[in-house]
Design a protein around this ligand. Structure first.
Ligand code: ZN
Ligand code: FE
Length: 244
């Protein structure tokens, strides 16, 4: 069973601290900053025991990887990332691809290749505990910009997530939910589930709380990009959102 905690970093990014409940093993996903991540790891170990064991990377952008080398040096742990982007990621101790399994204590993640935002973007899915680390592919009520990929690639990547269990916790790379909600409501004004979700998001943000992780069932009901249905609709939504 994996427990997940958001570690707020930079202006609106999250690194995700994972803990395998059975073994106490931990991993951090996308540590773009050093000090807040080390503080979060050390505080978790002081409070609950266990160990820190691994760094997982979703894609090569600086706002996801910048603290990697310093954190590896501090704890002496291995770094896992996409073989396809090994040339532009921090030095990898393990290169992974579609279907690779990454063990964290008694839990195991499967790697899902999710190109679109970047060519080599990958996501990690822990079936036990239902945790999806999706970087900048899927956001709550949004999806990543198509910086290197096509709408067809992003559509295919999002459709990899759709069949996962509804209770899956969606751990995105950014706290973009409130601004994504504005566009989502503009694109799908009659969606009552979306209206209710957007209201909850507004309340959480007003209290200074994260809106993430979200539930995949909420994204399937409310996220226009996940609900696009075909590539042309997704392409149109993405183009409109880019100018919104
Ligand atoms: Zn990115
Ligand atoms: Fe990012």
């Amino acid at each position: 069973m994996i427990k997940v905690t958001a570690v707020p970093i930079l202006s609106d990014n999250y690194a995700w601290l994972l803990r395998d409940e059975e073994s106490g093993c931990r991993a951090i996903v996308d540590p773009a900053e050093v000090d807040p991540v080390i503080r979060a790891i050390d505080a978790a170990i002081a409070a609950e025991g266990g160990s820190f064991d691994m760094i997982l990377l979703t894609h090569h952008h600086g706002d996801h990887v910048a603290g990697t080398d310093a954190i590896r040096a501090h704890y002496g742990v291995p770094v896992v990332g996409a073989k396809a982007d090994a040339h532009r990621l921090p030095k990898l101790d393990r290169e992974v691809w579609e279907g690779s399994e990454v063990d964290l204590g008694a839990s195991s993640a499967v790697v899902i290749e999710t190109p679109g935002h970047t060519r080599g973007h990958i996501s990690y899915y822990f079936a036990d505990g239902g945790v999806l680390l999706c970087g900048d592919t899927l956001f709550s009520l949004g999806c990543g910009r198509l910086l290197e990929g096509t709408p067809a690639e992003m559509f295919k990547s999002l459709m990899r997530f759709a069949p996962l269990p509804g209770e899956t916790l969606v751990c995105c790379g950014h706290e973009y939910t409130e601004s994504n909600a504005s566009f989502a409501l503009h694109a799908d004004p009659d969606n009552q589930d979306l209206r209710a979700y957007a209201q909850r998001v507004k309340e959480l943000r007003a209290m200074g709380l994260p809106t993430l992780p979200s539930r995949l069932s909420d994204e399937l009901a409310c996220n226009p990009f996940l609900r696009a249905g075909d590539v042309a609709t997704l392409a149109d939504l993405r183009a409109r959102k880019d100018k919104f």
